[in-house]
Design a protein around this ligand. Structure first.
Ligand code: PLP
Length: 414
């Protein structure tokens, strides 16, 4: 398994970019789904509470499922925001979302079990590989904003164990519409109604780590709110990494049916991937007043949207000049989905851009802009679509980035 495990393609790209920066090149690095913590610091109240928790020596083992005060705070937050009502023993805290996703796969997937997920999507291929599951990768369409429809999934649900969904989606920053998600819930409920109690049901992992970051009229929908009957089958993944710009703080949580959550807890206790106790303590304090995170998020969204809009408008203006570029209007998260239809074009030094990797290298070389091709998320190497992440750029560099992209594109021969 380990011999054939592919490392993260994004981390590989990041290595190339870091090396260029080390050699003194000025690169606009739009590849990582992270924040520059000087531009986007965590809330100061959270930072102070973390320091205070260390000073108060909250430094021994936390409870295996997370501090009760934190699970109570999460319970209150979910009820007050999404209207989801869960008991504290249906909530599991871990060191970010990743260990939770990992333990969901471990708890549910035996060798050969079918795992359905759309592509492009983030890391489901790797988790399926590690658990020796059988991946069913369903390619989504730009017209659907790269979100899967029930009709795409329907032919594969029979005997499937897990449907791994994410909204808002990494890499696209797009969300499920109510209709799309309802259709999928109906499909899952129908499939489960056919299964006997001896069989594993079809579970849904619902990764909503970006849910607080929606823009304009785009709203976040979730399975259990739409269909309460989905409750026994839905395991949510959530946390503070993105919503509080706190990727390095490492606090995430899952909510779901007690039976699955308790199995995840056992697995997690063997891995030991708990959130650090001082960070749990501080997060619990920070969430005591729901309005506090909501105010922080509102400001974070404003800043992210300025950058997303700036690049979106810039791409539209390049398109208006007749180039085969496109961008999906910002819907959520820190990502913009952009099409660079540049394959087949000839560079000034006579090279033909034959695949997405060549386009990526050309834009890195000429525009000094680093982006992630969708093939890094399981899509086709020929796909013309790319992810642009705005968590590391300053407001005033947006214009520079667009100008450099435009200049590089204009130098190509079509
Ligand atoms: C969809 C999605 N889920 C989970 C994660 C991981 O979150 P965490 O840093 O809390 O492990 C990421 C990180 O990029 C993500 O994009």
């Amino acid at each position: 398994m380990a011999e054939t495990l592919i490392g993260s393609e994004i981390i590989k790209l990041a290595g190339i970019i870091k090396e260029k920066i080390r050699q003194g090149e000025k690169i606009h690095n739009l590849t990582i789904g992270d924040f520059d913590s000087n531009l986007f610091p965590i809330p100061s109240e959270l930072e102070n509470a973390i320091i205070q928790a260390y000073q108060a020596h909250e430094t021994n083992y936390p409870e295996a499922d997370g501090l009760l005060i934190l699970r109570e705070a999460i319970q209150k937050f979910l009820k007050g925001t999404l209207g989801l009502e869960y008991e504290v023993d249906e909530i599991l805290v871990a060191g970010g979302a990743r260990p939770l996703i990992f333990t969901i796969f471990m708890a549910l997937i035996d060798e050969g079990d079918k795992v359905i997920f759309p592509v492009p999507s983030w890391n489901n291929n790797h988790y399926t590989h590690i658990l020796r599951g059988k991946p069913v990768m369903l390619r989504t369409m730009a017209e659907d904003y790269f979100m899967p429809n029930a009709s795409l999934i329907a032919p594969y649900v029979q005997e499937a164990t897990l449907l791994a969904l994410c909204s808002p989606l990494n890499p696209t920053g797009t969300v499920f519409s109510e209709k799309q998600l309802k259709g999928i819930c109906e499909l899952v409920l129908e499939e489960n109604s056919k299964r006997s109690s001896e069989q594993k049901p079809l579970y849904v992992m619902y990764d909503q780590i970006y849910w607080t970051l929606t823009y304009g009229n785009y709203r976040h929908f979730d399975p259990v709110t739409l269909y309460p009957e989905m409750r026994p089958y839905t395991i949510y993944v959530d946390g503070i990494s993105k919503s509080l710009a706190a990727t390095g703080v490492r606090v995430g949580w899952s909510i779901g049916p007690r039976k699955v959550i308790q199995k995840m807890k056992s697995l997690l206790s063997h891995i030991g991937a708990w959130a650090p106790k001082p960070e749990q303590f501080a997060t619990a304090q920070y969430f005591q007043d729901i309005q506090r995170p909501l105010n922080f998020i509102s400001n974070l969204k404003k800043e992210l949207l300025i950058r997303l809009e700036g690049i979106y408008q810039g791409i539209q203006s390049i398109k208006a000049k007749g180039y085969d570029v496109e961008a999906i209007e910002p819907q959520a998260g820190l990502y913009l989905t952009v099409k660079f239809g540049l394959q087949g074009a000839k560079t000034p030094d006579g090279k033909i851009l034959r695949a997405a990797a060549d386009v990526h290298d050309y834009l890195l070389q000429e525009a000094k802009v680093a982006i992630v091709p969708f093939y890094a998320f399981g899509d086709d190497p020929q796909s013309d679509w790319y992810r642009i992440s705005v968590g590391t750029i300053e407001r005033n560099t947006v214009q520079v980035i667009v100008e450099q992209l435009e200049k590089a594109i204009m130098q190509l021969q079509f």
